[in-house]
Design a protein. Structure first.
Lengths: 215, 270
């Protein structure tokens, strides 16, 4: 026997008015593509046809088991749709919605992840389409040009051009780093491993691993 | 079959030729048959440092073109019966070299000698590529300064992509010699330490050679410094030659300035 356990997001709705239900789903269709829709109430053929057509997964009149401590999900009240959307938005982890498309890209890129453990010497150039995990150093005069995500665990003294979602680098005072055509001020790369990403068109640098001292 | 060792550096003036001469002589003094070949065509220097300037009659280009036999062109050193020298051509330029001729030359030499040491020209052009093409090992000479290290790094990169051994799926083993180390400057942090250099180049260390004023005089007189047992550089080359001959010689820490009573007494008499 093969078994698997995983969690699904469920959107619960009790239908009182068909048209309003459909217009609500039309507007917020993207939110529900990764949800299981549990509907009850006035479930007509029109609604099931609509959901089939949209290729959404749904169940009708099923009492789902709930984990302890969780209250019954808010029922769908057609009178105040905008508020309801806001509420759903607030409830759903915001980043997940935002990251949905980049996540897919990342998943695609992961298929061509390369792991390299030799050092990049002066004059050598790595041009990579996918992601790269480099377990060695980039020497002065060496360069990396990458479209995907980049993690380098050792010091960088050469140049880096990265156009991925993020990169993680060790503090590297001599490096020349350009992330999405913006030069990264490497005085901000201070720790053992720092995450560099683009948020709202601004480069954000957050320390991931602190430098360990053995004293 | 002997082993073919290329002495490379990338940057010029770091002590490649001096190192070649001293290592060659050191190996010969260890009773191994050794030939040193100057690959710096058009700018030969090794003959002067070995003190064989006036004995060069034929050069390697004439041997490769089969104008003269190898035996005629090889010069036996007076310093050791095991050391032979093959001069570079001073009049021709690097374009005369081609892979086929070089392969034939180095193969013939490696049948006759236990060690074939090739002194590469500075830079990374065709002359350099030809030197490393058929090498089994490489000795990388650097000075403890950033430009020398970057150039050596580049030279290693080319070695790793263009040598015949690598093309055949093998590997050219590389060893590092750090030349002209000034203990005081390393201690004060002005000079890169050998740990830093090894970190950057990540190849095994063959030896460290201290800065030595005697080297200039030794080169001028054509007597490699390895013959001077009182010089720090000479002793360092002796240790390196022994390591190349397979002996286990501990690394001496030349980065710590000499201290203690004996040193102070020595200083007084200087």
């Amino acid at each position: 026997m093969q078994t698997k356990q995983y969690s699904v997001k469920v959107f619960e709705a009790i239908i009182t008015n068909e048209d309003e239900f459909i217009s609500f789903f039309d507007k917020n269709y993207v939110f529900f593509t990764s949800h299981l829709i549990s509907i009850s109430g006035l479930v007509s053929e029109k609604i099931t046809n609509y959901l089939d057509e949209k290729n959404l997964k749904y169940i009708v009149n099923v009492e789902l088991p709930r984990s302890k401590g969780r209250q019954t999900a808010p029922t769908y009240i057609p009178e105040n749709i905008p508020e309801e959307i806001e509420k759903i938005k607030a409830e759903l982890p915001v980043e997940e919605i935002k990251l949905q498309e980049p996540m897919e890209e990342a998943a695609m890129a992961r298929d061509n992840l390369r792991v390299i453990d030799t050092l990049v010497r002066s004059g050598q150039e790595l041009k990579i389409k996918g992601d790269l995990l480099l377990l060695n150093r980039v020497n002065s005069g060496g360069s990396i040009d990458i479209d995907g995500n980049l993690i380098i665990t050792q010091i960088v003294e050469g140049s880096i051009r990265c156009r991925g979602n993020f990169m993680m680098l060790k503090a590297s005072a001599k490096a020349n780093i350009v992330f999405h055509d913006v030069e990264v001020d490497n005085s901000y790369l201070k720790e053992r491993l720092n995450r560099v990403e683009l948020k709202n068109n601004e480069i954000k640098i957050t320390p991931v691993l602190k430098e360990t001292s053995w004293e | 079959m002997g082993i073919i060792i290329a002495v490379i550096s990338g940057k010029g003036g770091v002590g490649k030729t001096t190192t070649t001469a001293n290592i060659g002589l050191g190996i010969a003094l260890n009773e191994k048959k050794c030939v040193v070949v100057d690959f710096d065509i058009g700018q030969r220097n090794l003959d002067m440092i070995l003190g064989l300037e006036n004995r060069v009659v034929y050069d390697m280009v004439q041997v490769m073109d089969e104008e003269v036999g190898l035996k005629q062109a090889l010069i036996k050193s007076k310093m050791s019966p095991n050391l032979f020298f093959l001069a570079a051509s001073q009049t021709k330029d690097k374009s005369v070299l081609n892979s086929k001729k070089i392969l034939k030359l180095v193969t013939t030499l490696s049948e006759e000698f236990e060690f074939v040491i090739l002194d590469a020209p500075a830079g990374i052009e065709t002359g350099y590529e030809h030197t490393i093409e058929f090498a089994d090992r490489a000795i990388v000479v650097v000075n403890p300064e950033v430009s020398s290290i970057r150039d050596a790094d580049r030279a290693i990169g080319i070695l790793d992509s263009k040598s015949q051994r690598v093309k055949d799926g093998g590997e050219v083993l590389k060893y590092l010699i750090i030349n002209r180390i000034d203990a005081k400057m390393v201690q004060s942090g002005e000079m890169l330490s050998s740990e830093d250099i090894l970190d950057i180049l990540s190849i095994p260390l063959l030896g460290k050679i201290p800065e030595d004023r005697g080297i200039i005089d030794a080169s001028n007189q054509g007597k490699p410094i390895i013959l001077d047992k009182n010089s720090g550089a000479g002793r360092a080359y002796t240790r390196i030659a022994a390591r190349l001959c397979g002996e286990q010689v501990a690394m001496e820490d030349i980065e710590m300035p000499e201290s203690g009573l004996m040193h102070k007494i020595k200083e007084m008499f200087k």
